[in-house]
Design a binder for this molecule. Structure first.
Ligand SMILES: NC(=O)c1ccc[n+]([C@@H]2O[C@H](COP(=O)([O-])OP(=O)(O)OC[C@H]3O[C@@H](n4cnc5c(N)ncnc54)[C@H](O)[C@@H]3O)[C@@H](O)[C@H]2O)c1
Ligand SMILES: N[C@H](CO)Cc1c[nH]c[nH+]1
Ligand SMILES: [Zn+2]
Length: 502
């Protein structure tokens, strides 16, 4: 694990390199591999999906339909678990649901303004979403809960999930998905789970295949291949964010316990060889103690191989001049998880604006957020916390603006609208308003000079309205106007037409 100090002459260079984790340069080979896979599944559908599933997950079902598991499988798995396991899943699901139900929709309420325009927003759930549940080197039933529960709270009608099956065991049998993951699908109300993973799963959900339905949005975390594929399909579908290899940045002062610092760093390092764990501390002594403690704990960690590569290839300890500088660097790094092992940790939160989630103080280990604190553990990685937010109910809903003008309101804004449209050279837009004003005037039978009305209708580029015999009998002047309009030459200068109504 590298160690450097903000006083070092090459600090900026090393810090910039550390901050660039997961960047385009860092991930070029992964991106190219993901692009080939996505393209192939888009073109060849199920056939390509089955080939990649066999290659990467060792699962070769006889038909693509066998990739899918459904509610009966989920219920069987749930009821087959011991009571303590069912209780843990339910507790986590309940806490996630309780937190996300507290989210507010914060819409602009519909209101009629001074001119008579009623303006507002409405929000609706997405119809069908696809959740990526990782499963390459670890199982993630918690991710089922931290994605599907907010989706259900949001009101999504159809929640489908995908997760790679475990690699075949010594018996050569593939296709197994652990009971906890299936049970979590039962608890969270997932409709179907497809046993597929990686870039091929993302492509199948984005473009649809004969077996896998195309979704409106793909959400959920995954390794670098999954993250790269989500970037590639964005636009065809929406995505929640880039939630790639896990990260933690711990800010600690001299009072922090090195054992806790090391444990938090390793808890993320064990996710993936590409996970990033960083300590920024104001204490040289703590830096040294934490390094030693990481080595001690690594030696007895079951996922030592993965965590050790992550720590040695991507981990770092940075010694800052003081806590304020450490906190400033943490914010610049924009980590997925930011742990504040500081005296008076909550006080520092107001200095932060760029982290996926902030964990305050020694009794709030990051792991509590991973499982059952409440806020979804799906968080932006690779510095994208600069602009992206945690997965939430809002992730699964979309807003639409709703506008309703009265004729009077339209007439009031028409001159300015006309001016703007003509400035943009988009006369069709201006005409779409002028025609309404002209027809409204005609309907109202406003006592207007014949020529003015003729000019208005002609300038709007519209055909004359055919007056009903009743109206025609009552309003000979308007009928005459329409006849004139039908014959009128192409158009008068628009501004003049608009101005004539002022
Ligand atoms: N940011 C978050 O919110 C969050 C939450 C949970 C987990 N995670 C991350 O999710 C990831 C889980 O990773 P994982 O690998 O265990 O499971 P995964 O399901 O994300 O990836 C496994 C799949 O990757 C593909 N793959 C692997 N090697 C490949 C190769 N060489 N070429 C092409 N495709 C390949 C295969 O299709 C395989 O099925 C970790 O990085 C973890 O840190 C992030
Ligand atoms: N730390 C992960 C997010 O980066 C979430 C998780 C799930 N299970 C354990 N951890
Ligand atoms: Zn974790």
């Amino acid at each position: 694990m590298q160690i450097f100090r903000t006083r070092d002459p090459d600090f900026q260079e090393r810090w910039t390199r550390l901050c660039a984790r997961g960047s385009d340069e860092d991930e070029a080979p992964v991106r190219e591999a993901a692009a080939r896979i996505v393209d192939d599944v888009r073109k060849r559908g199920d056939a390509a999906l089955l080939e990649y599933t066999a290659r990467y997950d060792g699962f070769a079902p006889s038909s693509a339909a066998d990739l899918a598991l459904g509610p009966a499988d989920f219920a069987r798995a749930f009821h087959g678990l011991p009571a303590a396991a069912r209780k843990a899943l339910k507790l986590a699901a309940d806490r996630v649901a309780a937190f996300h139900r507290r989210e507010s929709d914060a819409l602009v309420p519909s209101r009629r303004d001074a001119i008579g325009a009623t303006l507002g927003q409405e929000s609706r759930p997405l119809a069908r979403v696809g959740l990526y549940v990782p499963g390459g080197t670890a199982r993630y039933p918690s991710t089922v809960l931290h994605t599907a529960v907010p989706a259900k709270v949001a009101g999504v009608a159809e929640v489908v999930a995908c997760s790679p099956a475990a690699k075949p065991g010594p018996d050569g049998q593939g296709g197994q998905v652990d009971a906890w993951t299936l049970a979590a699908c039962h608890v969270a109300g997932v409709s179907r789970l497809f046993r597929m993973g990686g870039a091929q799963a993302v492509a199948a959900l984005a473009y649809g295949t004969a077996t896998v339905p195309a979704v409106d949005k793909i959400c959920g975390p995954g390794n670098a291949y999954v993250a790269a594929a989500k970037r590639l399909v964005y636009g065809k579908v929406d995505i929640d964010m880039i939630a790639g290899p896990s990260e933690i940045l711990v800010v600690a002062d001299g009072a922090a316990a090195p054992q806790e610092v090391a444990a938090d760093l390793l808890a993320q390092a064990e996710h993936d060889v590409r996970a990033v764990s960083v300590l920024v501390t104001s204490s040289e002594r703590l830096a040294r103690q934490a390094l030693a403690e990481v080595d001690r704990q690594l030696a007895v960690l079951p996922r030592q191989e993965i965590a050790s590569r992550s720590i040695h290839e991507r981990g770092a300890v940075v010694v800052a001049r003081n806590v304020a500088e450490a906190v400033r660097l943490a914010d610049e790094f924009a980590p997925e998880h930011l742990a504040l092992l500081l005296r008076d940790a909550p006080r520092w939160v107001k200095r932060l604006s760029r982290a996926g989630a902030v964990f305050c103080g020694t009794s709030t280990p990051e792991a509590v957020g991973d499982y059952l604190a409440g806020p979804s553990h799906v968080l932006p990685t690779a510095g994208t916390a600069r602009f992206a937010s945690p997965l939430s109910v809002a992730t699964f809903r979309r807003r639409m603006s709703v506008l309703a003008f009265t004729p009077k309101a339209l007439a009031e804004v028409a001159p300015s609208l006309d001016a703007l449209a003509m400035a943009e050279g988009l006369e069709g837009h201006a005409r779409a308003v002028r025609v309404r004003l002209a027809l409204a005037a005609e309907r109202a039978g406003a006592p207007r000079p014949r020529k003015t009305l003729a000019r208005e209708v002609a300038a709007a580029g519209a055909a004359p309205r055919r007056a009903s015999p009743k109206v025609a009998a009552k309003a000979p002047a308007r009928q005459a106007t329409s006849r004139v309009a039908a014959k009128a030459p192409a158009r008068k200068p628009a501004r003049k037409a608009a101005g004539s109504r002022r």
